[in-house]
Design a protein around this ligand. Structure first.
Ligand code: ADP
Ligand code: MG
Length: 251
């Protein structure tokens, strides 16, 4: 049976030494929905994402994927970081299928994924060092999709590419999430990116080392896709988010 919530995150506390980074934080993600996690640098966004991805188990609380408590990384969740993190000694197709070898069905799937992320099937034979930043990030997205995850976790995935590439990659994310009815949780520090992509925005505020109250704020974006980039500048939430972000940086 499939569970209505794909990801259920319940972080009672996450500490580094004496510092409380996250506490009393609950988040559920439904299929077909993009949630943006917004907050100033150092507030714990990447920490939260790593916990959701099963890459950090040193916290009090629970992560459930499709209703099942997780003890580590799962093929149900694909993870995409700011840098593509491709293995330089493997060709593109092998990076996508890794740790499987790129042959037979795995290679066909890698080629289909290359096509889906807007590259050419033949790019599978290239070496990572010959790719532009945008192409490398497309490969990273293809790799994230290889295991047919139902959830995508993205940590500032488009922060390192130029503005034009960034817009194209944002479009790609929208297409992928819709085509596969995935749930996505995307960390960003860019309000406009959050307003363009997300159905829901979670604003995290820094704890300054002590327990935070309230933990976070959730905003429903409430605009249908496709959205017009022009409309974002006038979105009523934009001012609210800007003010809150500025206040939390100043605090
Ligand atoms: N491995 C670690 N050990 C100790 N402190 C850490 C570690 N990783 C992150 N931190 C601290 O935890 C806080 C949150 O970090 P992070 O989740 O990376 O923030 P963000 O992604 O929002 O910029 C920061 O103050 C950071 O310095
Ligand atoms: Mg971060």
């Amino acid at each position: 049976m499939t569970h209505a919530a794909l990801l259920e995150l319940d972080i009672r506390a996450k500490q580094y030494g004496d510092r409380t980074i996250l506490d009393n934080l609950r988040l559920t993600l439904a299929p077909g929905q993009i949630t943006a996690l917004l907050g100033p640098s150092g507030c714990g966004k990447s920490t939260l994402l790593r916990i959701a991805a099963g890459l950090d188990r040193d916290f009090a609380g629970a992560v459930k994927l499709d209703g099942v408590p997780q003890q580590g990384p799962s093929p149900l969740a694909g993870v995409i970081f700011q840098e593509p993190r491709l293995l330089p000694w493997l060709r593109v197709a092998e990076n996508i299928t890794f740790p499987e070898r790129a042959s037979g069905a795995a290679l066909s799937r890698a080629r289909a994924l290359l096509d889906e992320v807007g590259l050419h099937a033949d790019d599978g034979a290239r070496w990572p060092k010959h790719l532009s930043g945008g192409m490398a990030q497309r490969v990273a997205i293809a790799r994230g999709l290889f295991a047919q995850p139902r959830l995508l976790l993205l940590d500032e995935p488009f922060s390192a590419v130029d503005a034009m590439t960034r817009m194209r990659l944002q479009q790609l994310l929208l297409t992928i999430v819709e085509a596969h009815r995935m749930a996505a949780l995307m960390v960003t520090h860019d309000i406009d990116e959050a307003l363009y992509l997300a159905d829901r925005i979670v604003l995290l505020e820094p704890t300054n080392g002590a327990a935070r109250r309230p933990a976070s704020h959730v905003f429903e974006v409430g605009a249908a896709h496709p959205r017009r980039r022009d409309d974002i500048a006038g979105h009523p939430l934009r001012t609210v988010l800007l003010e809150r972000l500025e206040a939390s940086v100043a605090a």
